[in-house]
Design a protein around this ligand. Structure first.
Ligand SMILES: NC(=O)c1ccc[n+]([C@@H]2O[C@H](COP(=O)([O-])OP(=O)(O)OC[C@H]3O[C@@H](n4cnc5c(N)ncnc54)[C@H](OP(=O)(O)O)[C@@H]3O)[C@@H](O)[C@H]2O)c1
Length: 292
């Protein structure tokens, strides 16, 4: 039997991957909402990292915030988080946890490839499976999934990451249709570059390391060139997570304020990757709702 510990006037939001980046920015922003419109279940696999979120909120943990342990690759951890939340009403589920993997395909280890799919695809699937039944029973809800421009077009030297994000596109497109009669809305946020720790956190073949030894000279040269391009892209064209959102990004999260803000205005000289990321709304973020 579902309780309704979350006051009816509040929107209950559960977000995965809140230890850093977009998840942290979104959780902090919603929890600090001056009108206290949200109750945020900010989840992360290592609760010790919750300190950063608390610091962002001025050192405390407001009543609008609850930290929960959740590793999207661990069914027991998911079940425990679901038990904690499913006694209450959950309005919005944000599947944000993700990891990257960059490098020539020949250098991607079996384990690294599996981790990417375990977190980006199966992690999102498991999370949705855990919270969907209650949303269906209530015949209401919104599921937001952090996709990527890399789920729309293949980005060089990101083949495994892109494959996982392409798969997420299929997952969401299929679900969106089936869940419509249940009044559950699926939203894919297809981010272009956002300035977070993503680039530092991703698994990446070291251009000077042993992984590239034995690889042909042309691929090595192209990869090094791509890495330079990529660093420049994140320096100059990325959005910053956690800052004030643009009006467009406000709308992005279906009425929730987003944590994305474009830093420099998009210019004509923007690199192709960034242009692709901004093709729909020219603001570096692309949002897809199911067709009306
Ligand atoms: N930044 C970009 O340019 C960009 C562009 C397109 C899409 N995205 C997508 O945006 C999402 C957030 O990325 P970000 O930029 O904010 O990068 P980030 O700062 O590296 O954040 C990734 C988050 O995912 C969490 N995570 C990783 N494995 C997990 C697991 N097994 N269970 C639960 N959480 C896990 C990380 O937690 P730990 O601290 O425990 O590792 C971290 O909180 C990802 O899905 C990413 O693919 C980002």
């Amino acid at each position: 039997m579902e309780q309704s510990a979350v006051p009816t006037e509040q929107t209950a939001v559960l977000i995965t991957g809140c230890s850093s980046g977009i998840g942290l920015g979104l959780a902090a922003r919603l929890a600090a909402d001056p009108a206290r419109r949200f109750k945020v279940f900010a989840t992360m696999r290592d609760l010790a990292k919750g300190e950063r979120l608390r610091e962002r909120l001025g050192g405390g943990c407001p009543e609008t915030l609850e930290l929960l342990q959740l590793d999207v690759t661990d069914p027991r951890s998911l079940a425990a988080a679901a038990r904690r939340v499913l006694g209450q009403r959950l309005d919005v589920l944000v599947c944000n946890a993700g990891v990257g993997l960059m490098g020539p395909l020949e250098t991607c280890s079996e384990q690294a490839m599996r981790t990417v799919f375990e977190v980006n695809l199966f992690g999102a699937i498991r999370t949705i499976q855990a919270f969907l039944p209650a949303m269906k029973r209530r015949r209401a809800g919104r599921i937001l999934v952090t996709g990527s421009v890399g789920g729309l077009q293949g980005v060089p030297f990101n083949s495994i990451y892109c494959a996982s994000k392409f798969a997420v596109e299929g997952l969401c497109e299929s679900l969106a249709v089936v869940l419509r009669p249940f009044n559950i809305h699926v939203t894919l946020v297809e981010c272009g570059p956002v300035r977070t720790g993503f680039l530092q956190n991703l698994q990446r073949a070291d251009p000077e390391g042993s992984e590239l030894r034995g690889l042909d000279a042309d691929t090595q040269r192209l990869y090094r060139r791509y890495l330079r391009h990529c660093r420049g892209l994140f320096r100059t064209a990325a959005w910053a997570a956690g800052a004030s959102p643009s009006p467009a990004a406000e709308g992005t999260f279906g009425g929730l304020p987003a944590c994305l803000r474009r830093v420099p205005a998009p210019g004509k000289d923007m690199p192709p990757l960034c242009r692709a990321g901004s093709c729909h709304d020219a603001r570096g973020i692309l949002v897809r709702h199911p067709p009306a």
